[in-house]
Write a protein that binds this ligand. Structure first.
Ligand SMILES: [Zn+2]
Length: 264
């Protein structure tokens, strides 16, 4: 599978830009996988409707400050590659916050793969608990495919979900709860080893080494369960250490990682 790294929504968070450096210009990274004739997305970024009407992102966007740009949406980027949005048959969501699920409605026929825990938190239950879940992003009634069985073979020592419906075996969900109730990393086998898209388990590469106090503070604010998020970060560091040369790690808003992997 050929992997494209797409920024499908840039944020310029208000109030924090001077303090945070690497978090000041924030991409929303989606992976676009070419699997024969079909396309698979990992996360959908912001959608065309969000770019036309940022009010769809709710009050969190008052601080996060999405930069409206239709050309950044996954559907426009796919068209600019000479492909059709209809070629996207499947979307795997790390979680269902607005910056990951906003583009789902641009691909209404695609199956949307997500953990059962995340579906329950974002779609089934009272969404008022987490303002980043936006009802409008699910109004087209996506073709959900949900998962909870982690009993299969582990992935580099981490419990995981294999056998995603209709998807290649080299795609694996790795539960990383903490940022949200059911967030999963998406592990992808490539010619060069494994890539683990960690979603929002961390924001900036410096969190994997020696994060500044301000980075730790703002990252903590974003997580539903900061203690669990800290545990996931420790697990990710362990995988990086033990899978040296085999596992590459990326997070959805990690500018440094995105620039390195996308060649920008
Ligand atoms: Zn996010």
């Amino acid at each position: 599978m050929k992997v494209h790294y797409l920024n499908c929504g840039t944020f310029h968070p208000r109030f924090v830009r001077k303090v945070l450096g690497p978090l000041a210009d924030v991409p929303s990274v989606c992976l676009l996988l070419e699997d024969g004739d079909r396309l698979i997305l990992v996360d959908s970024g912001l959608g065309t409707r969000d770019m036309n009407d940022p009010g769809r992102l709710g009050f969190p966007n008052l601080m996060l400050n999405a930069i409206p740009d239709l050309e950044q949406t996954a559907s426009r980027r796919i068209e600019s590659m000479g492909r059709k949005p209809e070629d996207v048959t499947d979307i795997i969501c790390t979680h269902l916050d607005s910056d990951h699920a906003g583009g789902l409605s641009d691909f209404p026929d695609a199956r949307v793969h997500v953990s059962q825990a995340e579906y329950d938190a974002a779609v089934s239950e009272d969404r008022s608990r987490r303002p980043s879940y936006r009802r409008c992003h699910f109004a087209h009634d996506p073709k959900w495919v949900t998962y909870k069985d982690t009993s299969g073979e582990d992935w580099f020592g981490m419990e995981c979900i294999r056998g995603l419906e209709g998807l290649p075996a080299g795609l694996v969900l790795v539960p990383l709860p903490g940022h949200t109730a059911g967030q999963c990393g998406v592990a992808l086998q490539t010619d060069d080893g494994w890539l683990l898209d960690c979603g929002d388990a961390f924001y900036a590469a410096e969190e994997l080494e020696h994060p500044r106090a301000a980075v730790r503070f703002f990252a903590r604010l974003a997580h539903d369960d900061p203690r669990s998020a800290r545990l996931q970060l420790a697990r990710i560091k362990k995988v990086i250490a033990e899978g040296k040369g085999v596992v590459t790690v990326l997070a959805s808003h990690d500018r440094q990682g995105f620039d390195r992997l996308s060649g920008d």
